[in-house]
Design a protein around this ligand. Structure first.
Ligand code: 13P
Length: 340
């Protein structure tokens, strides 16, 4: 275990004004996204699309790292360089999604547990050799009538801790992602309560498994009301509740926290991040690790056509730039037009 490397990687992931691009969509999720633009999802179309994002001139000013899917880690850029080396040359850290997906939790209808621990140690050793310096594991917590259960929260926390320990042992920074889903009609108060319980359990499990919080990145959902909740909440309320929960649960010794976008609109994800960073006295850097909220406009602009690559890169650059400002609390709605 190379502690100096772990610390260096974690610090670089949350460097000021930068965040992480998630492009680790599984085959099925990628298929859905490509269907929305009428593009066939093949190994080559996935390579071409992801490659255009990585090749975006200047993206490295705002993007510290990229979370890849196993397939992408082994693919090559147009110039023939393997993607991990291509990214590293631009100063972007290659990361890898290592979980095998959220499966139904037995005897717990409506709840999931993430699998992928079996064989993870040799897989991590291979990923390190292939250039991955951080890894992601996503746990899914669903809010509903009488759920999440204690069993679901603890099963997921336990798996996250075992994965995180294996990562640190392999000198790979674990990005632990307990996602509280946006789906449902729950209130923001309920989301706050569930997020707090989830994070408490997650950090208790980290401690039990000797995971060092100094070399750990949390990827979390924000505290928001369910997407079918009739009461809409303002940007300030989301920011205040999210930071309150994080302060109660996340050790100050941790190098940083990143957020997923989770189905929020692109602008909401940016506005919420900026409002949090505008607060004084945060113990850790807060930044983005979005998939949809960074990629949506680029995917549409590309639409599978080589002639649209420059337009797609422009759209991606813009969202990365806006979120880079939000990571410093400097985003304003009018900048969306002024800097477009
Ligand atoms: P979204 O930002 O689209 O929620 O994706 C982030 C992610 O990595 C989910 O696991």
């Amino acid at each position: 275990m190379d502690k100096a490397l772990l610390s260096k990687t974690a610090a670089a992931m949350v460097a000021r004004g930068k965040g992480v691009l998630a492009v680790d969509e599984s085959r099925g999720t990628c298929e859905k996204r490509f269907q929305s633009i009428n593009v066939e999802c093949t190994e080559e179309s996935r390579r071409a699309y992801r490659g255009l994002l990585f090749a975006t001139p200047g993206a490295e000013q705002f993007v510290s790292g990229v979370i890849l899917f196993d397939e992408t880690l082994r693919q090559k850029a147009d110039d023939g360089t393997l993607f991990p080396a291509y990214l590293a040359k631009k100063g972007i850290l290659p990361g890898i999604k290592v979980d095998k997906g959220a499966m139904d939790l037995a005897l717990r209808p409506g709840e999931k547990v993430t699998e992928g621990l079996d064989g993870l140690r040799p897989r991590l050793a291979e990923y390190f050799k292939l250039g991955a310096r951080f890894a992601k594991w996503r746990a899914v917590i669903t809010i509903g009538d009488a759920i999440p259960s204690h069993a679901c929260i603890y099963a997921n926390a336990h798996a996250l801790a075992r994965y995180a320990a294996l990562c640190q042992e392999a000198s790979i920074v674990p990005m632990i992602e307990p996602e509280v889903l946006l789906d449902g009609s729950h209130t923001i108060e309920r989301c706050e309560e569930v997020t707090e319980a989830t994070l408490r359990a997650t950090y208790a499990a980290m401690a039990a498994h000797n995971v060092s919080v100094e070399q750990l990145i949390l990827k979390t959902s924000m505290v928001v009301s369910g997407k079918d909740c009739p009461r809409r909440t303002g940007v300030e309320e989301v920011a205040e509740r999210t930071v309150r929960v994080l302060k109660r649960t996340v050790p100050a010794a941790q190098p940083g926290v990143v957020f997923l976008s989770g189905g929020q609109t692109d602008l909401d994800a940016t506005a919420h991040l900026s409002a949090m960073n505008a607060m004084k006295g945060l113990p850790w850097p807060l930044t983005f690790s979005y998939s949809r909220a960074l990629q949506n406009p680029a995917l549409k602009a590309w639409s599978g056509k080589a002639a649209n690559v420059a337009a797609a890169q422009k759209a991606f650059h813009h969202r990365a730039h806006m979120n880079g400002l939000a990571a410093q609390g400097k985003w304003k709605p009018e900048l969306e037009r002024q800097l477009a």
